[in-house]
Design a protein around this ligand. Sequence first.
Ligand SMILES: NC(=O)c1ccc[n+]([C@@H]2O[C@H](COP(=O)([O-])OP(=O)(O)OC[C@H]3O[C@@H](n4cnc5c(N)ncnc54)[C@H](OP(=O)(O)O)[C@@H]3O)[C@@H](O)[C@H]2O)c1
Length: 232
Amino acid sequence: MKIGIINAGNVGGRLARAWVAAGHDVMLSKDGDDAKLRPLVDELGGKVAVGNLRDAALYGDIVLFSVYWPRLDAVLGEIGDALDGKTVIETMNPLGVTEDFVHYHDTEFMRDNSTAEQLQARLPKSQVVKSFSTLPAPILEASAWSGQDEPMSVFYAGGNEAAKAATRTLISAAGFRPVNAGPIGAARQLEQIGVLLHHVAHAEFNGDEDLIRIGFALKEANPGPVIRPRVA
Ligand SMILES: NC(=O)c1ccc[n+]([C@@H]2O[C@H](COP(=O)([O-])OP(=O)(O)OC[C@H]3O[C@@H](n4cnc5c(N)ncnc54)[C@H](OP(=O)(O)O)[C@@H]3O)[C@@H](O)[C@H]2O)c1
């Protein structure tokens, strides 16, 4: 598959590395300082192409859209119509930023909205799928989960079945277990998992510094027979 990476940052850079290793054709781009791409480009050698945000959008049959949420308008302005007709996998969390540049989950926004639904509304000719947003970037690589008996869950949600099938393939290619979370509205719950993990990091672990050790996974049990039938 040809994959355009719109912003090869913490998340996009790791997925780019995994997809190149799996044999996909990848073009990297960076929102902000292009020079920050240099270490990854050097590491991947001739195996990746590099372009600007619009180049990466035009290149990909599938495009990873992994930008800092407050940059949405500016990034869409640079990309223009280049995502029309494409599958767009978006990883964003709805972060707000204070005047002092402190980031926080925008829980007001999250009450009845999601970044995925917003992006789909802004890109009506694209097929947006939410994914890769529930694992902190340092553990968004299969090697971080070596020693586990099954791959870590990566959830996805969206409104177009073909786009979701392609996303499922790329989740597997990156070394994870794809878990279909349903329609694009389920992105709201997926984004809320980020808030939940912060609570867990503080209540059960040592706070935010332990956030990068925590993942949210689907497990299947083997329940016994139902012994109390439902009474009408
Ligand atoms: N990092 C994670 O653990 C994680 C996990 C799940 C989902 N996500 C989401 O995935 C998307 C991409 O995340 P990422 O970590 O890979 O992002 P990133 O590439 O490291 O940063 C995103 C972009 O925003 C810019 N930026 C970062 N902080 C900024 C600030 N305070 N003011 C202005 N610009 C700023 C960066 O510029 P520079 O590179 O030039 O600084 C970069 O171009 C985001 O929506 C994020 O919420 C992240």
